[in-house]
Design a protein around this ligand. Structure first.
Ligand code: ADP
Ligand code: 5GP
Length: 186
């Protein structure tokens, strides 16, 4: 059975929100903390939300081959550290990776056994409303994310599992079912 579950989809679709609810239902699930060169948002904590690092530090990890996958996204770099994935896997519980589509593609090649779930918005208008409504990103960041979303939405057919996050409770239920069935975690 799979030990890694990739949750992907455009920024603002509700990946973080869904993962919070999923982990309330399945507390044993581990969440991999990514590295990024993006600046912390208000309320974000080093080592909890991300391993925030300088571009130079990130590049050193790239050169050393420390990343399972990494990608450039909306003007910053994001990646999954192999050490992070190994630490989180040590308990034997499945590990969730919350990453964008380019990273999910890399994981598909290098870890074909990983489960891949694409979270889709009910519409592009709803996605925009969520990105704006979240209130965490300045307008130019919202636009950069919506530009990326176009290509990301076109990629959803590559994914074996697609969950439309329309009504949150329905989407959580669907996600719980997928994770239970593919990881045999009860
Ligand atoms: P992501 O992690 O994919 O960038 P978030 O989890 O931060 O997205 O969600 C973006 C915004 O959309 C948040 O303000 C969140 O409360 C809201 N949201 C998430 N799911 C839904 C939903 N099903 N219906 C309406 N709003 C939602
Ligand atoms: P945000 O800046 O909103 O936290 O994240 C922007 C995008 O980067 C989101 O779609 C998020 O899923 C993605 N992301 C977060 N961590 C990683 C990672 O380690 N690798 C990749 N490829 N994408 C990531």
């Amino acid at each position: 059975m799979a030990r890694t579950v990739v949750i992907t989809g455009p920024s603002g679709v509700g990946k973080g929100t869904l993962i919070r609810s999923l982990r309330e239902r399945m507390p044993e699930l581990q969440l991999s903390v990514s590295a990024t060169t993006r600046r912390p948002r208000t309320g974000e904590t080093q080592g909890e939300d991300y391993h925030f690092m300088s571009p130079a530090e990130f590049e050193q990890h790239v050169a050393a081959g420390d990343f399972v996958e990494h990608a450039d996204y909306a003007g910053a770099r994001y990646g999954t550290l192999r050490s992070e994935l190994e630490t989180r896997s040590a308990s034997g519980a499945p590990v969730l990776l919350e990453i964008e589509v380019q990273g999910a593609r890399q994981v598909r090649r290098t870890m074909p056994e990983a489960v891949q779930v694409f979270i889709a918005p009910p519409s592009v208008e709803a996605l925009r409303a969520r990105l704006v409504g979240r209130g965490t990103d300045p307008p130019e960041q919202v636009e950069a994310r919506l530009r990326s979303a176009e290509a990301e939405l076109a990629a959803q057919q590559e994914f074996p599992h697609v969950v439309v996050n329309d009504r949150l409770e329905d989407a959580v239920e669907e996600l719980v079912q997928i994770v239970r069935e593919t990881t045999s975690t009860r």
